[in-house]
Design a protein around this ligand. Structure first.
Ligand code: ZN
Ligand code: ZN
Length: 304
């Protein structure tokens, strides 16, 4: 007979005891009779994930997240699996100290509002603020260091957009999560502020909705520590997406795509104005072309 079955028998006994007290009717007797039930349920919850092994609450939570990646998990489920009341702190450790890319329903809903997540990216039906999603099964070894940086920038007196930019510039070319940006910004508007960095200030901040469809959900990258020239800014996200889709996310000159990305040649895609903005070219789709940053630089070099 396995551990869980033994515990179920124990729980039934406790409930029978509780029923007996209910007949006698004293309120406090009934409450006290129910107390061991709480512990018993907790133990059953733990045994489900532990597979007979002695695992810590944090390890149980991690196995559960890894079993159901990209799935919305509710706080109540996680409480059952963890078997401790301080489980949320353990989830935070998984994220901050161990670099598991776990985002909250709150963060995801703020990204959806800023159109950085699409309907198909996660199952959004029951996404509540206190739900959690493991967005990628790869552990990010660099995360602990980044959270220290985040903590330092967060305390600065600047506005949230400035703090997000500082943080991204300290992490050029690295995947950072919405959870980190939200923490740095200390504002529920962080996703909107981040989008403005791209659309208004011309920083190449890319998500899966706005540039690189290969990125995991909930992840941002500042591709390069350089702002687009003023005339290349103010391209709306909708236009950017349509141009990239029209050009099949490939450089029109050399055919580079994000599939070809490698660390020794970390390219990315940009939009080029066919008729230069200075010469009256518009920010409309017809005047825009997808180029990789290497070809884009080359085009402008030859222009001069
Ligand atoms: Zn190219
Ligand atoms: Zn250009």
């Amino acid at each position: 007979m396995n551990q869980t079955n033994e515990m179920l028998i124990e729980l039934r006994k406790i409930l029978q005891e509780f029923e007996k007290k209910s007949i006698s009717g004293d309120l406090r007797d009934r409450v006290i009779a129910l107390v061991p039930g709480f512990d018993a349920i907790r133990e059953i919850g733990k045994s489900l994930v532990a597979n007979g092994l002695q695992k810590s609450a944090r390890d149980r939570l991690l196995s559960y997240f890894l079993e159901y990646p990209r799935t919305v998990l509710s706080e109540k489920e996680l409480a059952v699996v963890a078997g401790i009341s301080e489980w949320a702190r353990r989830v935070r450790e998984l994220r901050v100290e161990f670099g598991w890319k776990i985002i909250t329903g709150m963060t995801a809903s703020q990204m959806i509002k800023a159109e950085e997540l699409g309907e198909s990216d996660i199952i959004l039906d029951d996404l509540a603020p206190n739900d959690y999603v493991l967005i990628d099964v790869e552990q990010d070894r660099d995360a602990a260091h980044r959270w220290n940086v985040a903590n330092e920038i967060r305390k600065r007196p600047e506005g949230s957009r400035q703090k997000i930019l500082e943080y991204l510039r300290r992490n050029v070319g690295k995947q950072v999560t919405g959870e980190e940006l939200s923490y740095v910004a200390q504002s529920t508007e962080w996703a909107r502020r981040t989008r403005e960095l791209r659309t208004e200030e011309g920083w190449p901040v890319v998500t899966r909705q706005s540039g690189n469809p290969n990125l995991p959900i909930g992840v941002y990258i500042l591709e390069e520590d350089r702002q687009a020239p003023a005339h290349d800014r103010n391209i709306s996200d909708a236009t950017r997406r349509r141009v990239l889709q029209r050009d099949k996310f490939a450089c029109l000159n050399c055919g580079w795509t994000y599939e070809d990305w490698n660390p020794s040649d970390p390219r990315f895609l940009e939009l080029h104005h066919v008729i230069h903005h200075a010469a009256g070219g518009t920010n409309e789709m017809e005047n825009l072309q997808t180029l990789c940053n290497v070809c884009h630089d080359e085009v402008h070099r030859l222009d001069k």
